[in-house]
Each structure stands twice: as structure tokens, then as C-alpha cells.
Design a protein. Structure first.
Ligand code: APR
Length: 320
């Protein structure tokens, strides 16, 4: 069986890390694409030269031509600009929307049967626009945010309780922004909900609230430290988990920005919810029951995403 093909549109910090991780996991051959000539080629050569030391087999090619992504099974999109200190993800909207138009056209022409994972921010609006620009079916275009936000939540909980990250399962819904909704009730340590862990006295309510806020601000904390860009190791690892579930038909249940056509009472919008990712792409949206305050927080988050989508439609009327 021929190797799978993974195309990475954008070969910056996340793109390069994605290529390295995909190679280490032997997910397939890799094409790094970027408009800046030399960068994808240089990274491809560097990662190829790491192969003998690591022992992976993969063909890795750097390119500035869309035709090289032809026939890709998975396309992961990080093209665009990242945040600088003081910027919100929403500040990137106008410039990255133009990038999505070019990327969507490239995917439509050369990889119309691929599974597309968008990472570019502001995530929920960009994945919505990318689906429209590419014309691919909704189940084949998703956004990576929930795995990252949940992973950040898990890390903080595991660190606070002094337990293995393997035993922590955290859950974040909603848009990838300040309004995201980390759900304590559905987040567990060895199956015990965090709300029960608070009742048991293992974690204080104040500490949990602090962790929830730190999770919401997780991206900004890293932007503030790096000063010249945004997080890339954890975003790349998160997208690779989604790509792997698709390529191996693992049917993992992962939070991701998925198209909602009525579930959760939302229509025509991409927002973070749990989905099953398998060979069919986003195979099923899992609709969990939300209590009053959770629903309110989710609705608030959806409203923020809808506001960004409206802003996209004003900038690019053909999206309306
Ligand atoms: N087509 C292809 N690549 C592009 C285009 C375009 N039209 N415009 C910009 N790029 C490339 C840049 O040349 C750069 O190499 O996208 C790459 C982005 O890489 P970085 O600037 O290093 O940004 P990164 O940290 O990888 O984040 C990318 O993901 O998390 C989000 O907010 C983040 O939107 C940002 C994206």
C-alpha cells in the first residue's frame, strides 16, 4: 500500500513542527508549502536529514507550488499570520481571510478529496471561510482548537494534582477565543469529574477557577512570553492527533471546530464540539447535555463566533 500524503499549507513555526511530528509518527509522505520560497524547501531538507538519526521513512518535499499537494489525503492549514503581544486572535481576521481564499482555491483544485484541518486564527471563522472558499463538504473540513484547549486544561490539572497527564481527560467547548467553555463537569481524573474532585477536597474551587481562566488565556500567556509569535508545539501535536485519527480510522472522540447544522441549537456555524474523527472525516457531532450556566457560556461563545463570521461576510461579500 502506498504511503499516505500529508500536505501542510504554511511552513512556519506550526507547519515545521507538524512536518517533524508527522515524520516521527510515520503518518505518510509530507509536502511543506509556503509562499516564502526557500523556507519549506529548507525545512523539508532538514527534517529529511533527521530521518536516519530517528529511523523514520518518509519523503518530505518543500514547495511553493500548489500542484505539489495533488492527491493529498490530509491538508493541514497554518498559512497566515500569528498574534503578537497585545493582539487578540480576532485582530488577524482581515489578513488571514485573504489567505484562506488562496488556500481554499489551491485545495479545491489539487486536493478536493482530502480531509482538511484548519489551524489559522481566528480559528472558528477561518475554518468556516476555508470550507466556503474550498467548496469541500462540511464533514471534510474541521478546525483544530478544542484538542489544544483541552490539552492545556489537562496539563494544568495534572500539574496541580501531581498526577499523570494520561489519567486526565479534559473537555473544552465553544469558540477558540476568550469565550471558550472549559467544562469541569465533563473533565475527569481517572473517571472522577473535576466537580467531584472539588467536593472530595482534592482541589479547591478557587484553584479550579484559576485553572479554567489560565486555560482560556493559554494562548495569550505564550504569546506574552515568546513576544515574536504564538504557540506551536502543542497546536501541532493537537492537529496531528486529529490527522492520525482520520488516516487510521481510529474514530477518536475529539473536541474540534465542526460545522453545526442544527445540533446544539446552532445552524450554519463552525464551533468547538466533540466529534468522532474517522475515515469519513467528521463522522458525528456528539451532543452532550449542558446545564443552565454551561449553555449560557456556550451560547455566548457561539455569538462571538457568529459575530466574526458576519465580519467575514462584510469583508468578502461572496461568502454571504
Ligand atoms: N499561503 C501560504 N502560506 C502563507 C500565506 C499564504 N497566502 N501567507 C502566509 N503564509 C505563511 C507564512 O509565510 C509563514 O511561513 O504562513 C506561515 C505562518 O507561519 P508562522 O508565521 O510561523 O505562524 P505559526 O506560528 O505557524 O501560526 C500560524 O496558526 O495558531 C495559528 O494564530 C496562528 O494564524 C496563525 C497560524
Amino acid at each position: 500500500m502506498a504511503r499516505k500524503k500529508i500536505a501542510l499549507i504554511g511552513s512556519g513555526q506550526i507547519g515545521g513542527t507538524l512536518a517533524h511530528l508527522a515524520a516521527l509518527k510515520e503518518l505518510g509522505d509530507i509536502v511543506l508549502f509556503d509562499i516564502v520560497d526557500g523556507v519549506p524547501q529548507g525545512k523539508a531538507l532538514d527534517i529529511s536529514q533527521a530521518a536516519p538519526a530517528e529511523g523514520y521513512d518518509a519523503k518530505i518535499k518543500g514547495t511553493s507550488e500548489y500542484k505539489d499537494i495533488e492527491g493529498a489525503d490530509v491538508v493541514i492549514v497554518t498559512a497566515g499570520v500569528p498574534r503578537k503581544p497585545g493582539m487578540s486572535r480576532d485582530d488577524l481576521l482581515e489578513i488571514n481571510l485573504k489567505v484562506m481564499e488562496q488556500v481554499g482555491a489551491g485545495i479545491a483544485k489539487y486536493a478536493p478529496d482530502s480531509f482538511v484541518i484548519c489551524i489559522t486564527n481566528p480559528l472558528d471563522a477561518m475554518v468556516w471561510a476555508l470550507q466556503k472558499f474550498s467548496g469541500l463538504p462540511h464533514n471534510k473540513v474541521v478546525g483544530m482548537a478544542g484538542v489544544l484547549d483541552s490539552s492545556r486544561f489537562c496539563h494544568f490539572i495534572a500539574e496541580e494534582l501531581g498526577v499523570s497527564v494520561k489519567d486526565v481527560n479534559a473537555f473544552v467547548l465553544g469558540g477558540h477565543g476568550d469565550t471558550m467553555v472549559p467544562l469541569a463537569r465533563y473533565s475527569t481524573v481517572a473517571g472522577i469529574p473535576l466537580t467531584d474532585i472539588v467536593k472530595m477536597g482534592w482541589l479547591s474551587k478557587e484553584k479550579l477557577d484559576e485553572i479554567i481562566q489560565r486555560t482560556r488565556d493559554g494562548g495569550a500567556e505564550i504569546v506574552g512570553l515568546l513576544k515574536t509569535g504564538s504557540a506551536f508545539y502543542a497546536p501541532a501535536a493537537s492537529a496531528i492527533a486529529m490527522a492520525e485519527s482520520y488516516l487510521k480510522d481510529k474514530k477518536r472522540v475529539l473536541p474540534a471546530a465542526a460545522y453545526l447544522d442544527g445540533s446544539y441549537g446552532v445552524k450554519g456555524c463552525y464551533v468547538g464540539v466533540p466529534i468522532i474523527i474517522g475515515a469519513g472525516g467528521s463522522e458525528k457531532v456528539i451532543e452532550i447535555a449542558l446545564n443552565g450556566s454551561e449553555q449560557k457560556a456556550f451560547d455566548n461563545s457561539v455569538a462571538a463566533v457568529e459575530g466574526l463570521i458576519e465580519a467575514c461576510k462584510k469583508i468578502a461579500p461572496k461568502l454571504a
